[in-house]
Design a binder for this molecule. Structure first.
Ligand SMILES: [Zn+2]
Ligand SMILES: [Zn+2]
Length: 603
């Protein structure tokens, strides 16, 4: 990047809009066109009921994007939050905040309101009434005044509810003398609805003022609270969130500390923001999350000051995990939940994808690596039966491998001319794209060079899987970032080339400690690649090997290749299942019971 380009002001744009989207495909194409042509990076989430966008780029490009979006009637009344700021501090920050690429995804929900499969998202039309920053401020002000005048009747009924996560509220929150701010102390937004359920007595009959960073989390949560019916009518939300409030009150107003943001700015303070939080280890005043220190158990961001960070090999445990290990709670204890410990634990065991539950009721989270020329969604489809049969003990999480192989789609015929080049045609509708990925690629592979690969129509080369020996380092770096974003995981499952990759990760397990922790590996139809420097029996990781019998029906990976891979793993903790089901993961009995038996030891 030239100095001139660097000098051009850079910015971050955030906006969301709940509206019924008539044509989702068209909206995907619209965002692909607009963001790509303007060089915007970041996250775009699209759903049938709206959009949620966080993008960064040149300020002028962001302004242009706003103009185009505004011209679409769908976005009428949208609150665009545009801020000029510096470019990401470093690559790590940029990567964690999703500012190294453009990710446009169609999702079920704009924000995950609950990870519980039986909890339906609230009807957004129930959302609490919006209060502008000025209105919000004056309510807080008059609550304080009433208190001063000794007439607490109405202020007693008023509660402030912070809808954000614990690590956010630690560095900044609203504070009005005499008025209670409820801080649910949750690790993630999807835990909020449980907190609301557990605390509904505290909320009933109250006038609830809610706030979050930019407003979107309050939309859902306020609708959920109002949906509880009688006694929950008076729910208000700060329109535009803390961000708009701080713009209106540059000195901070009733907001103390800094506003945590999910882009690379990390946090935004008022002109006189105090440091209201402390270092996890030494308790000195500290509120800088830019070093991205995380709890080793639950991966939540923690505050560790510069000098404490110098201590090598430190493993951090967040305050919630510390509390958990002290009193055996499975969830953060809030002031009034002491009597609710038991029901809460029982409830946890019924959650299907509880990410941060602990104790015996927790499910195993397994990171699943697909085979060569597959992708996360195709592998998820192929293993649906396995996921279903393991649903009580494990959650399977699927990711695309980082090396993209090809991009197959049917070129649409436009005006009878099919020769129009791609740039004239624009990107094809989403469902016609089928990207295929690999963990390991031929050593001379360069990204994009295979863009026009087609399925080989010659005879299948039975040894071709052995030719992809390159690309491990970048795949490993990618998996580390997956751990940061989606982790923690208890184990890794790999299929075919994914198993070859997983085995290599196992071989480096000791070196990866702290960055990628896992307790077991499941290798299905695996084979060895790049393991020459290791000895048989030297990989110290409990392993389950599932592959086709000799003379069985797996014609892609011969029995001997998978058996050879299993030999590299320590004998005492190695389990082998041989089947005659072909190039798949068998889920009928007795195989499924053997798989469950293996997993049981890690629960
Ligand atoms: Zn410290
Ligand atoms: Zn933790």
């Amino acid at each position: 990047m030239s100095d001139l380009e660097r000098a051009e002001p850079y910015g971050v744009l955030l906006y969301y809009k709940y509206a019924s989207v008539p044509d989702l495909d068209e909206l995907v194409s619209f965002y692909e066109r607009s963001c790509n042509s303007l060089g915007l990076l970041g996250r775009v989430r699209l759903a049938a009921h709206g959009v949620n966008v966080t993008v960064g780029g040149k300020l002028s490009a962001l302004e242009e994007h706003i103009d185009v979006v505004k011209s679409n009637a769908l976005f009428e009344g949208t609150d665009f939050k545009l801020a000029s700021c510096d470019q990401p501090l470093n690559d790590k920050v940029a990567k964690e905040c999703g500012f190294t690429s453009l990710s446009i995804r169609v999702v079920e929900e704009l924000v995950t309101f609950s990870s519980h499969p039986l909890v339906r998202s609230p009807d957004i039309s129930f959302a609490g009434r919006h209060l502008s920053a000025l209105e919000f401020h004056s309510v807080l002000q008059s609550a304080g005044k009433l208190l001063d005048e000794g007439s607490p009747t109405s202020s007693e009924r008023l509660v402030l509810l912070d809808a954000r996560n614990l690590y956010e509220t630690r560095i900044g929150k609203f504070h009005t003398p005499g008025l209670e701010t409820l801080d649910p102390q949750i690790r993630q937004y999807s835990d909020l609805h449980d907190w609301i359920d557990d605390n509904s007595e505290r909320l009933q009959g109250k006038c609830i003022l809610m706030y979050c960073t930019g407003g979107i989390r309050c939309e859902m949560a306020s609708a959920y609270i109002k949906g509880k019916g009688s006694g929950f009518e008076n729910v208000y939300q700060l329109y535009g969130g803390i961000q708009r409030y701080l713009e209106q009150f540059p000195d901070g107003g009733f907001f103390k500390g800094k506003n945590f943001v999910f882009d690379h700015r990390i946090s935004v303070g008022s002109s006189n923001a105090n440091v209201i939080s402390t270092c996890l280890l030494c308790s000195c005043p500290f509120d800088d999350y830019s070093t991205r220190c995380r709890c080793a158990s639950c991966r939540m961001l923690v505050l560790v000051c510069d000098s404490c960070r110098q201590v090598e090999g430190s493993i951090y445990t967040c305050e919630l995990c510390q509390k958990h290990s002290k009193c055996g709670l499975s969830t953060p204890a809030t002031e009034n939940c002491k009597s609710e410990v038991l029901p809460r634990e029982i409830k946890l065991s019924t959650l299907s994808s509880e990410r941060q539950g602990f104790g015996a009721s927790r499910k195993l989270r397994i990171l699943c690596l697909h085979g060569f020329r597959q992708n996360a969604s195709s592998f998820k489809g192929r293993t649906a039966s396995l996921a279903k049969k393991l649903r009580n003990i494990a959650e399977l999480v699927f990711v695309d491998a980082p090396h993209e192989l090809c991009f197959i789609f049917q070129p649409p015929v436009i005006d009878g001319h099919s020769e129009l080049s791609t740039e004239h045609r624009g990107p094809p509708p989403k469902e016609k794209c089928k990207k295929k990925f690999a963990w390991l690629v031929p050593p001379d592979f360069t990204a994009g060079s295979e863009a026009d690969w087609k399925e080989a129509d010659g005879p299948f080369d039975p040894l071709q899987y052995q030719q992809q020996t390159g690309g491990f380092d970048s795949s490993l770096a990618y998996l580390k970032s997956m751990y940061l974003q989606e982790g923690p995981f208890d184990g890794i499952l790999g299929f075919s080339q994914g198993a070859a990759m997983a085995a290599l990760v196992c071989a480096h397990k000791d070196k990866l400690k702290g960055e990628m922790n896992f307790r077991f590996a499941i290798l299905c139809s695996g084979f060895t690649l790049n393991l020459a420097e290791f000895e048989h029996g030297s990989i110290n990781c409990p392993s389950l090997h599932i592959f086709g019998r000799d003379h069985g029906r797996d014609r892609q990976i011969p029995n001997k290749a998978s058996a050879d891979l299993s030999e590299y793993f320590e004998n005492g903790s190695r389990v082998v299942i041989q089947h005659d089901s072909g190039h798949i993961i068998p889920t009928r009995s007795p195989y499924i019971d053997e798989i469950k038996n293996f997993l049981q030891q890690f629960l």
